[in-house]
Design a protein around this ligand. Structure first.
Ligand code: GLC
Length: 727
């Protein structure tokens, strides 16, 4: 090995016999990291902290020249042709270049696989997070994560900038659909996706590194302004936006991406307290922190980045900077800051330890190239079947009237159906943003099944399912009309809706045509958020929220035709009007549909034989249904504490053998208690006693079923005598 120096620093001692310790996979990762670190020059270390977009590399050899440690594909940054094979070739080519450096440190390559491997044509596109949140099925979401990881790994890519663990508090926000829900409970529960993505071991076939993003408060900005300002007390920020990140860290998430947004006017990209003290210190996060795309540039509010901004971001605790273009300038500025002592070597070494630890854990030193056994599986039937299951389970039935036995849905398979609407036969529209391109696009952008195609496949005679985008041609001979309307694709700030949140004129005109025919109308909303539709609801016989289902539109047809009854529940409160935004569970406003709302079909199938219940001695001590017995238990936990304040969570469990219709929890605090915020319950007082009652959507508990509520407060967190009952 020829030793060489690059801009100072002592080169690694050229070894003439045994390979260096860091190349020995039998050694503990920490030992390998320390050995490698001891051999690295300053520029080696700065290179590891530098991430560039694939399109920014003027010459691929710059990867080696500048010792760059990471490459990314921003939304839509794909090779030509955009095929899994071309992605794998591109990845392997970058890796070969990186391994020509003296120390042969492999690159780690990241993409936004936020609902499947969505940059790649032919990959399976899953429902966006808002739909997955509606499933309330953490196990399903873990399986979605696993499938996504295997498709990503099949193109060589090692790392996804997902999941977004944002808690969307204002539906005007253009990234509402990237949130699993408006209360911390739901994204916290869905952190199972991290287990799916990272697998049992990061170096196992098909495992990739996950990213909890965007830390912290991106979904809580005033007005739902993307990259805006989150104006909350620390107690509220911790109560609403921190729990999903705590859960992600507990699950071993490998990286965290910092939010563009600000907290009370201070940019997160420069927030040392929240990044270093809270995330790395208090939560004990040991992975690495990556900036958002050119997020460092925003610190001084001016175009481009400066030495001061680089210094501020790195010293705040950012370990890797998604530059992503002017990497030469970044390397030069950071080198200058280190040499001037304004960024310490300790900080640089800490960042490198974090990054290199993940590269070793991923097995990149042993297996730097694409696992080609996974490439052919991308977009396979198995993954598409899973996506179709996720689509089915994400459907939320909001209204179902107008039929003979109570509802116009499910459709008869023999029905004569007129389908209309621009989102009925459009893969691009039903997939939404972050699909093939950053913003997504209408049209046949990738292989899949449209909702209309799914309906025709479900119908007993597809010729009885007519379609016209605008509703032209409908008449009274049809049994039912189905209008698939809503939003067209957008991403990030392009999706902010500070004004109207209603349907656009094309959709309204289409609906008018259908209504004029006198035929019952079913509306299927394909959208990234609740829309302002209360004024039209009485004209619609049924309303189904389909969210952004992705490539497997047949999952929507499965519910429309009753092959699967709808089970989805709203992950966000549905406004009565846009003027109510922000509107969230427990804020005292009256919504059109509350968080957790979701109808199903009347049980039309044959009754399942019930297991005979063991008869309790009526009224006996063992009878949990007996008078006086507690019908539920309340597990009260302090989950967070800070000077003068605390956050508590209480899990209510139905201890009877019958369904509980509503619950309340009572306790008398040992001292003064000032409630700052509450979620998933309504808190009232009776004298010194605090009474928590269910929020309606979480009041119905099956035997052994649970519901969790939480609150933040000032005062004593002492565990009171908690009683639970059914009002
Ligand atoms: C974007 C997004 C972030 C994404 C990154 C890389 O601007 O804010 O979610 O991971 O850039 O594409």
């Amino acid at each position: 090995m020829v030793a060489c120096t690059l801009n100072g620093g002592t080169p690694a001692a050229a070894s003439t016999d045994a390979p260096p310790a860091y190349e020995d996979p039998t050694l503990p990762v920490d030992d390998r990291v320390e050995d490698l670190l001891s051999r690295m020059t300053l520029d080696d270390k700065i290179g590891q902290m530098t991430q560039v977009d694939r399109g920014a590399l003027e010459n691929p050899s710059d990867l080696a020249t500048y010792r760059i440690g990471s490459v990314l594909s921003g939304g839509g940054s794909a090779p030509t042709p955009n095929t899994p094979q071309a992605w794998a070739e591109m990845y392997d080519s970058f890796q070969r270049t990186a391994l020509t450096t003296p120390l042969g440190i492999p690159v780690i390559y990241g993409v936004d696989a936020v609902h499947g491997h969505n940059n790649v044509r032919g990959a399976t596109i899953f429902p966006h997070n808002i739909g997955l949140g509606a499933t309330r099925d953490p196990d399903l979401v873990e399986r979605v994560g696993r499938a996504t990881a295997e498709e990503v790994a099949g193109t060589g890519i090692d790392w996804t900038f997902a999941p977004c663990l944002c808690v969307a508090r204002n539906d005007r926000w253009g990234r509402t659909y990237e949130s699993f829900g408006e209360v911390p409970e739901i994204p916290t529960a869905m952190t199972t996706i991290i287990d799916g993505l990272q697998g049992d071991a990061l170096d196992a076939p098909g495992s990739i590194l996950a990213t909890a993003k965007h830390y912290i408060g991106d979904g809580g900005t005033t007005g739902g302004d993307d990259q805006g300002n989150t104006e909350l007390s620390e107690a509220e920020l911790r109560a609403i936006h921190l729990p999903p990140f705590r859960a992600a860290v507990e699950r071993g998430v490998g990286s965290v991406m910092v939010s563009y947004s600000s907290w009370n006017g201070v940019k997160l990209h420069g927030h040392r307290h929240l990044i270093t003290d809270v995330l790395k210190g208090e939560l004990g996060f040991t992975g690495f922190v990556v900036s958002d795309w050119a997020g460092v540039d925003q610190l001084d509010g001016r175009e481009g980045f400066t030495a001061a901004e680089v210094r501020e971001a790195i010293n705040a605790g950012i370990d890797m900077v998604m530059v992503p273009h002017d990497y030469r300038r970044f390397v030069e500025l950071l080198r200058g800051e280190v040499r001037a002592g304004r960024v310490s070597m300790e900080r640089v070494d800490d960042a490198n330890r974090r990054i290199l630890t993940k590269k070793f854990e991923l097995g990149l030193f042993e297996n730097p190239y694409t696992d080609r056994s996974l490439t052919a599986g991308i977009g396979s039937d198995d993954y598409r079947r899973l996506a179709r299951e996720a689509v089915r389970k994400s459907q939320v039935l909001l209204k179902n009237d107008g039929g003979a036995d109570g509802g116009v849905l499910p459709l008869e398979k023999s029905a004569k159906v007129f389908v209309a609407g621009r989102n009925a036969d459009d893969i691009g529209n039903q997939s939404g943003g972050w699909t093939i391109t950053w913003q997504g696009a209408s049209g046949d952008i990738t292989p899949g099944t449209t909702i209309l195609e799914g309906m025709r496949a479900s119908a007993s005679d597809p010729s009885r399912v007519a379609y016209d985008r605008y509703g032209h041609g409908i008449d009274g001979s049809y049994d039912v009309a189905v209008a698939v309307v809503g939003e067209t694709p957008y991403a990030e700030m392009e999706g902010d809706r500070p004004g109207s949140m209603g349907l656009d004129q094309e959709d309204l005109n289409t609906l008018s045509r259908l209504r004029a025919s006198g035929v019952p109308v079913v509306v299927v909303l394909v959208s990234g958020r609740p829309l302002d539709v209360a004024g039209h609801l009485e004209d619609w016989d049924a309303l189904l929220a389909a969210w952004l289902p992705g490539t497997e539109g047949a999952g929507v047809a499965d519910v429309l035709y009753g092959d699967h009854a709808p089970t989805g529940r709203l992950p966000v409160t549905w406004m009565r009007s846009a003027g109510q935004q922000p509107i969230n569970d427990g804020d005292g406003k009256t919504p059109l549909f509350p968080l957790g709302h979701g109808l199903t079909y009347p049980d039309t199938g044959p009754d399942e034989p019930e297991e005979p219940e063991e008869p309790e001695e009526p009224g006996g001590p063992g009878d949990p249904d007996g008078p006086g017995a507690e019908r539920c238990t309340a597990d009260y936990r302090i989950v967070n504490q800070w000077p003068g304040g605390f956050q508590a969570e209480v899990t209510v469990r139905n201890t009877t053998s019958t369904t509980l219709e509503g619950w309340e929890v009572r306790w008398t605090p040992s001292g003064a208690l000032g409630i700052d915020s509450v979620w998933n319950a309504t808190l009232t007082r009776s004298g010194d006693t605090v009474i928590a009652t269910d929020s309606g959507w979480n009041g119905r508990l099956a035997p052994d079923g649970t519901a969790t509520f939480g609150f933040t407060a000032t005062g004593s967190p002492a565990v009171p005598g908690v009683s639970c009952g059914s009002p």
